[in-house]
Design a protein around this ligand. Sequence first.
Ligand code: NAD
Length: 504
Amino acid sequence: MAMSIASIEGKRTLNFIDGAMRPPKSGRYLPSFDPTNGEPWYEAADSDAGDVDEAVAAAKRAFLSPDWRRMTQTQRGKLVAKLADLVGAHAAAIGAMETRDNGKLLKEMVAQVSYTPETFRYFAGMADKIQGDTIPINKLDMFNFTLREPIGVVGIIVPWNSPMYLIAGNCAPNLAIGNTVVLKPSEHTSASALAFAELVIEAGFPKGVVNVVTGYGSGAGDALTRHPDIAKIAFTGGTETGKKVAANAASHLAPCNMELGGKSPHIVFDDADLDRAANGIVAGIFAAAGQSCVAGSRVFVHKRAFDEVVHKVIERGRAVRIGHPTDEDTQLGPLALKAQLDKVQRYVGYAVEDGAKCVLGGRQPQNAALARGWYFEPTLFVNVHNDMRLCRDEIFGPVAGVMAFEDEADLMRQANDTVYGLAAGIWTRDIDRAMRFARDVDAGLVWINCYRTAAYTSPSGGFKSSGYGKHNGFEAIREYTRLKNVMIDYSGVTHDPFVMRMKS
Ligand code: NAD
């Protein structure tokens, strides 16, 4: 892999189409900023519909070409496994580029990228296990079966918060299945997607199987989702963007997999291990500076444990080490975007306006060394109601509101009183209560006595305005294959042509 921080710093990156790096047709480039100092550090191709057309055409050719379509499942699986090895070998360099782009901790980004080879290997192993069924149909002289087939060109759009992790989760099943992809990374994090493209070629995939088009959502993203040759869209991003993407996809009836935002409830009962629970709350909202789709941003604590838990979270929050994301000791880096910092500040203002009381943080760190970066302190509010803007909208920053609840009924009413349904966490030693919560909560992922853990083997995806469809696990294979039914009549009988053969 030639790409690294040194190789692109101060330079321009191109698109990756049909196996080669190509400049954008418009000649335009967009800046990618370093969140620690607000300075642009390279420019990425600002692609438009012309570039997307070229990429989709290349992916379509590749899908139909015998090099890919007639490749055996075992060969395809081996290619995906080879890709796993290559991504693993370059995890440190890819993680470093992601940190420079999105400001998340180097140790977190390297750990995320280092985990992705397992995702590729999991789906590599699945390549020769994608199979249909034989289904009896009460006709003794007929044979009936299903074929699970690749669907074609899949458009993949990912956000900036965990780029390579989401690229792996979306690309691995599609490559194992035999689809081809056009990937559009966030305009804020183009580098890792292009590094990945280099590895795709090194692994030996035929050209056009993976294409990367960088650019803004309103340009390249919009064109990709409108393109009539896209068979399915895998979208990860904000809920409002998701609605636009789904509307574009509807224009050509392309189905979507929607991984959208959240406002996840994080619950502590008074019988829980309160130290572990407080630690979990910190992990849920202050880790990654709260820029996590599953952030536990609405914290509900039983009234008997409220003061103690708030106190413990404040203590831990005050001790969080804010600093440069590449420093080993840093626990909280900057927010990824200036717009994200502005949004966090706006919502802190709304919370105060709506009558909430800030008991931790609420401002940028008073540290001259961090003044140029987009840093924000871990922030906690009490005197909060679930109908405040603080609790209604996804903020995507290190900001949570803590609310007290009376009993399970009161808790369930408040926890489910949101348009979102992505994740939920509960801390309790009462397994019956935990199971009742897991059953009744509107969330695609429920954590009991843990928070913010993930597994490529397990299906994930939200409900309500958090999206639909699943990624990871065998569900991902179902998402990106189509099911064909084939019936064979071996009776040799000529049937009445005017009567549909329903019964035997
Ligand atoms: P975003 O919606 O602004 O952008 C996501 C992607 O969509 C980017 O690549 C962007 O360029 C593209 N895009 C923007 N407008 C578009 C349009 N009109 N047409 C097509 N594409 C368009 O989100 P973001 O700020 O990059 O990421 C944060 C959001 O992502 C949060 O809401 C977070 O919850 C969500 N997210 C969800 C998951 C999940 O698995 N559910 C995972 C990570 C992030």
